[in-house]
Design a protein around this ligand. Structure first.
Ligand SMILES: *Cc1c(COP(=O)(O)O)cnc(C)c1O
Length: 224
């Protein structure tokens, strides 16, 4: 077993009192690693390659909640629409439209987070504040998706002050939208924080962290 079981248990103890949800990011990792974590009680897993997610979903336990966590191409939505639990990373109106269409075809409501571009460096996908507001204003046109919150990725940087500022910015946008009761659920989700910055993210208001390498070890091929 190549997962870090002790780290997992510590993380669960750390997150539980703060009611922060853990999504175990299993991209590039084999099914046996996912099963090992599943045996310890983990049910929420995150992937960001469509084909890999489809293959894993077909062969792993049906009680797993699959999160799609990165940039999703519109033409691939149809492959995950039948089962995806939460699409973390809606970064365009076009994509939201397509998710709505495919959700409707599958007779379901698909939960989504809007991804905001918060990193000053790195070219990461995401909406700017204006695009975010546009989508929020148009949300009622999409009856088969539910916008449950926001997601963001900070700069991959040792500069903690910079990362802090980026998380704070996302939290501010989240609060503004929440104040207008524009999220579709009672307890909206703010997804921020990965292996290297999750503690800071939680301090700044995250209630969902996406953690890969801390649990599964370093990935052997690059993430996206
Ligand atoms: C890979 C990935 C993660 C997890 O990254 P780690 O640093 O391994 O914890 C989180 N979020 C997204 C969107 C990712 O692509």
């Amino acid at each position: 077993m190549s997962i870090h079981a002790d780290t997992y248990q510590e993380l669960i103890l750390e997150l539980a009192p703060k009611t922060v949800q853990l999504v175990a990011v299993s991209k590039t990792k084999p099914n046996e690693d996912i099963l090992a974590l599943h045996a310890l009680g983990q049910r929420d897993f995150g992937e960001n390659y469509v084909q890999e997610l489809v293959d894993k979903q077909a062969s792993l336990p049906g009680d797993i909640k699959w999160h799609f966590i990165g940039h999703l191409q519109s033409n691939k939505v149809k492959y995950i629409a039948p089962f995806v639990h939460l699409v973390q990373g809606v970064d365009s109106l076009k994509l939201l439209k397509e998710i709505d269409k495919q959700a409707n075809r599958n007779n379901r409501i698909i939960d989504c987070l809007l991804q905001v571009h918060i990193a000053q460096e790195d070219t990461k996908f995401g909406l700017d504040a204006v695009e975010l507001e546009e989508i929020v204003l148009q949300r009622s046109a999409f009856s088969s998706v539910r916008i449950c919150g926001l997601m963001g990725m900070a700069s991959f940087s040792d500069d903690l002050e910079k990362v802090r500022g980026e998380f704070q910015y996302l939290k501010t946008l989240f609060n503004e939208i929440n104040a207008k009761s524009a999220f579709g659920i009672d307890s909206p989700i703010l997804s921020m924080g990965m292996s290297g910055d999750y503690k800071l993210a939680i301090e700044l208001g995250s209630n969902l962290v996406r953690i890969g390498s801390l649990l599964f070890g370093e990935r052997n091929y690059p993430a996206v």
